[in-house]
Design a protein around this ligand. Sequence first.
Ligand code: FAD
Ligand code: SF4
Length: 571
Amino acid sequence: MAAYMLTQAGANVLLLEAGGPWDNTKDSAMLKMAYQSPRRGASTPDRPFGEFDACVGGWELQGEPFTKAEGTDFMWWRARMVGGRTNHWGRISLRYGAYDFKPRSRDGLGFDWPIGYEDLAPYYDKVELLIGVYGSNEHLENTPDSSPGCLLPPPKPLVSDLLVAQRAKRLGIAVIPCHRAVLTQPLDFGSSPARLHPGNVTAQKLLAEDMRARAACLWATPCGRGCSIRANYQSTTVHLPPALASSNLDVTTDAMVYEVTLGRDGRANGVSFFDRTTGRPQHATARVVILAASACESVRILLNSRSAQFPNGLANSSGRLGRYLMDTVGSSVSGQIPLLESLPPLNEDAADGDQMYVPWWLYRDQHAGKLGFARGYHIEFGGGKRMPGFGTGAGIQWLTGGSYGVKFKQDVRRYYGSFVSFAGRGEMIPNDQSYCEIDPKVKDKWGIPVLRFHWRWSEHELRQAAHMQRTFAAIIDSMDGRTSGPALSDGAEAIAPGGSIIHEVGGAIMGSDPRTSVTNQWCQTWDVQNLFVTDGAVFASNADKNPTLTIMALAWRAADHILERMRRKEL
Ligand SMILES: Cc1cc2nc3c(=O)[nH]c(=O)nc-3n(C[C@H](O)[C@H](O)[C@H](O)COP(=O)(O)OP(=O)(O)OC[C@H]3O[C@@H](n4cnc5c(N)ncnc54)[C@H](O)[C@@H]3O)c2cc1C
Ligand code: SF4
């Protein structure tokens, strides 16, 4: 995002990327059929979500370990390719609301951000216009509306979506169109470029051409494999093409950054990296350094950038670097709905992701202290008869008793499309026990010290996870369905491990006081004025809203600030 913005404004940018390149026209496997997989879709070491998945990376990277303190259960998913995890993310793009920026003022827990919703709202508008997000404005509490013209129309709901909506309503739960970064129609290349880059005719022209080249979704292929027609947002299909077309961007792949270097004047003067192809250390100089290597990796680079001035890591005069790591609270329940059995075959491929979702609906009860936990969650759910994939028909023994042969085929047809699954995505409150630091002993294959994680959920998250279980079971029950197992009443059993929802943020949180935060409201480190962090590390809270839209809005705002300061010769 930052590279896109800066290059459009005429700045020269060098983007250093630890992984390899990705070309949507050649590398996307979205049009491959299941039977074309030599491994029947099984995962490979660098593609744990299946060999057709777009994102190279994983929970474990060969030669790049991380460690966990005793008693810590934490997972860290790392990408190693241009565009990172945006090549296969779920593309759910929710805005933070006004409450989400000021949580401490509402309930006394966690931290307030140094900015409010009104500061980021114009940037949410811009990001939505640029990347293309479907959804609707519903005027709900703490679920912000977008400015007119920013959202694309949502896709039609599936039969199962309509049934969930009808039955959840009886429980007082509103189901509304989801917001996802997928083009339901071509982008408005006639007027959006002028809204996004006012006064910059060159950028407008480049963007108009690029927007024209992005096709609308054809509703039939798995988005996680990457989109060859550029109908969904990936950094590789949206940010990089116009940035490269500006001729202001150089991309160096296989460049594993390990340190930000400091000049005698106390300013960052560049970064050191290993060329992964030769194993040799290299250095690149820069007037401004921006870290966006994913929250924990940016923190690792800073912690490893030690000097006489910063013996505990660069930009760490507050001692808060690595502190307040947060993930999303996750818990899920699925069920089988007899009403959806044996429906006539119909094409329900639809958007490969949520058409609809449930925003948090219990703000008042929670604020009144009636729930026993302080923050909310939204519900993502799925169902329908999508393209049969690997494993379709497996795992239905609990319904069939274990049928075989002709009876099994009949059972698969009967039950196919009759399942719904609910996943809660909830807010975690930052705490002192969840952080990362440099492991004093372990290094990766280049000799770079690795991260050691510490993790602890509080009672708020555990109770929230148990609430999710009760809610999902109640919705399935209201649909006259049955869950595959009992709802878990123990939050510690119901909650997914830290890091496993892959929404990790924090570690270099922004604030208004240099003694208690790492960056200011512009993602600029307090200690080094030409050093910025534009990924999730700067999040001061992790609202239930998935983080990536906010990461992009913050990065755009930071880039605007950098440009302004560069024009004034202050950077
Ligand atoms: C399966 C999945 C589904 C998701 N669904 C959603 C969703 O629906 N909505 C949502 O908001 N979020 C979702 N996320 C999270 C989302 O992907 C991340 O929030 C987002 O990608 C973060 O962007 P980032 O640039 O900070 O990190 P990344 O996307 O991880 O990019 C970091 C980049 O830095 C590179 N890099 C790392 N270390 C170094 C180094 N030392 N030197 C040089 N380069 C380096 C990496 O190769 C990568 O290109 C999902 C994630 C996954 C995995
Ligand atoms: S469903 Fe649409 S957005 Fe997703 S990969 Fe297919 S064409 Fe692209």
